[in-house]
Design a protein around this ligand. Sequence first.
Ligand code: ADP
Ligand code: MG
Length: 250
Amino acid sequence: MVNKINVKKLSCYYNKKCVLNSLSINVVKNEILSVIGPANSGKTTFLRTLNRMSDLEVLFSRAGEVFLDEENIFDMNMQFLRRRVGMLFAMPIPLPMSIYDNIVYAPKRLGLINKKTDIDALVEQSLKDASLWDDVKDRLHTSAMRMSGGQQQRLCIARILAINPEVILFDEPCSGLDPISTAKVEESMLELKKKYTIVLVTNNVKQASRVSDKTAFFLMGKLIEVDKTDTLFISPKEKQTEYYITGRFG
Ligand SMILES: Nc1ncnc2c1ncn2[C@@H]1O[C@H](COP(=O)(O)OP(=O)(O)O)[C@@H](O)[C@H]1O
Ligand SMILES: [Mg+2]
């Protein structure tokens, strides 16, 4: 088991108010770590710190360290870091262009590809990895806006894959999706972890139990407990975790 991400005593503050309190956690390579917990527990802040999106906010400050393959992310070039650590938001927002162009937009802009054959291959591979290829292979040049919500979400996953990241961060990726689309996104996550390392923030406790290897429970900026998903759900060590996963939380 190789640690892909190593978080050491990370604390985050907005306007000096502590929203993440000395959090230490590891994410193992090719595993899915789920982060669950009520609203305002610091889940999104945690995720946005892993690729330093939160550094862009005024009033944000932090202490502690985060290592990606033993390299301190706070010493890294931000653009480079965000290519290695891609992030998917709750609401899928494809660009108003074709499915094909959505995927090639970022890699072209970053100068990662230029030969037509390379581009075609990248589009195909990214769509396959996002479990979307069979749905759209006959209409790659039609507008992405005409896809269903679930397909748009998987297209946004394909767009991240096209820049060849190592880690993918998901922030409540299924909160706007119906159960069938949710199942497809979960299916593609299980496929994705073969190649990538995944951190999944989810407000859906059942989703965490279905897809993740490890689950972390956050409460009011604190990591209450992290364990193998089966262990955490079958025999949580902390009362607060038990209350949350059984839905008895205020
Ligand atoms: N941009 C921001 N400016 C000020 N406070 C923020 C900002 N983002 C989050 N917070 C505060 O940080 C705390 C944790 O928020 P967040 O990380 O979004 O929690 P979660 O994702 O678990 O709901 C909340 O109290 C929230 O109000
Ligand atoms: Mg959030």
